[in-house]
Design a protein around this ligand. Structure first.
Ligand code: PLP
Length: 385
């Protein structure tokens, strides 16, 4: 094992060709970022109005195959709006996975709803359709009004939010089938899976709504930003809600509901347009690195997480599964002390103070993974390398 961290460190240093600190994921600006960003400055349209926002939304809809993309100030805001449009209201329950970044649960809380934690699959790291079905079967009933209700609390269960962990698509066929049967709105947290396809279709375009993030650590970045992917009618609603619910008028300020100032500034959209032009190249590089990691770990006690069947994963963050928690801790310690950044998976959401008392099913797989998974340096090479 200690042998192995040595080989891993050597491999990563050789790949990134540096003896300096190697982060998990750093953005790379080797395209037309400068031109586009300076263009917004020169035009003075840096803020809430501008052509790059429209272009970014259109380009992203084209790329993902979603009818409509609505840009937002970050991925968490996109999730908040997506949940509102899914009909999530105060005191509702929303099913999600405990293995995720905290933003997923926070967005549920912004709707004054509460997350319910259901286990993930070990292979995909995403919400398990079998566990979802089991929790619903055991704890819920469908009322006469068609609304699913939690038996003991009588609270409505409105939506289901799987997350495509590290860019690996969850079992969407299975999830769609269970959601359809139980009348749940499927909202995909695709923050990590831009460029990942399930059976040829882009993640985030299966549910009624899907969301992306363009935070600095994601596969492409706008500095900060996000997007709602959805149908044309829901897209119109998303645009309205994220732009302070202002009625179109040449000069009057009339707002017809409580809206949000969640729009993405044109300055950020300009960066996004330039980044999106390079996305396929980034993915090619990341998939090549993933393949090399896979070969490195072959025959060792560490197993590298590979894309699920029938999927093309963007391999946003490469990940491996250690034998046990002790082995994980040793690997984290050795690599980080040598300036090669590695990280454990997030603390499970059901273990955080504010979500400790939420309803949940058995979480054996999530717990097993949380003890063992380590993320590896995964960024694309910059101009200097
Ligand atoms: C990054 C991320 C988000 C959104 O994050 P923002 O920083 O608000 O853009 C949401 N969910 C997951 C799983 C994420 O990784």
């Amino acid at each position: 094992m200690s042998d192995f961290s040595g080989r891993l460190i050597e491999f990563v240093r050789d790949h990134y060709r540096t003896n300096e600190f190697i982060p998990l994921h750093a953005p790379v600006f080797t395209g037309r970022e400068r031109d586009y960003v300076l263009d917004t400055v020169d035009s003075t349209f840096v803020s809430s109005v501008g052509a790059y926002v429209d272009r970014f939304e259109r380009d992203m809809a084209d790329y993902t195959g979603a009818p409509r993309g609505v840009a937002t100030v970050n991925g968490t805001a996109a999730l908040h709006i997506a949940l509102k449009l899914a009909g999530v209201e105060s005191d509702d329950l929303v099913i999600t996975q405990p293995l995720s970044f905290v933003a997923t649960c926070n967005a549920i809380s912004y709707c004054n709803a509460q997350p319910v934690f259901v286990d993930v699959d070990r292979k995909t790291l995403g919400l398990s359709p079998v566990s979802l079905e089991a929790w619903l079967e055991e704890n819920c009933r469908v009322g006469g009004d068609g609304v699913v209700r939690h038996n003991s609390s009588d609270r409505a269960v409105k939506a289901c939010v799987p997350m495509h962990t590290f860019g690996h698509p969850a079992n969407l066929d299975g999830l769609m089938e269970v959601c359809q049967r139980w009348n749940l709105v499927l909202v995909e947290d695709a923050a990590e899976s831009l460029g990942s396809f399930y059976k040829g279709r882009h993640t985030g375009s299966f549910g009624a709504l899907g969301t992306l993030s363009f935070n600095g650590n994601k596969i492409i970045t706008t500095g900060g930003g996000g997007m709602v992917l959805t149908s044309e009618p829901l897209g119109v609603r998303a645009k309205h809600l994220t732009t302070t619910a202002k009625k179109p008028h040449p000069y009057e300020y009339i707002h017809d509901e409580v809206g949000y100032n969640y729009r993405l500034p044109n300055l950020n959209a300009a960066l996004g347009c330039a980044q999106l032009e390079q996305l396929e190249g980034f993915i090619e590089q990341k998939r090549e690195l993933a393949q090399r990691y896979g070969e490195l770990f072959k025959g060792s006690e560490l197993s590298f997480i590979e894309e699920p069947d029938h999927c093309r994963s963007n391999y946003w963050l490469n990940a491996l599964v250690c034998e046990d928690n002790e082995a994980r801790n040793r690997l984290l310690e050795t690599t980080n002390s040598k300036g090669v950044m590695t990280r454990p998976i997030w603390a499970l959401m059901n273990q955080l103070d504010m979500y400790r008392d939420c309803l949940r099913g058995p979480l054996d797989n999530a717990e097993w993974l949380a003890e063992r998974v380590v993320n590896l340096p995964s960024g694309v090479l910059g101009a200097a390398q």
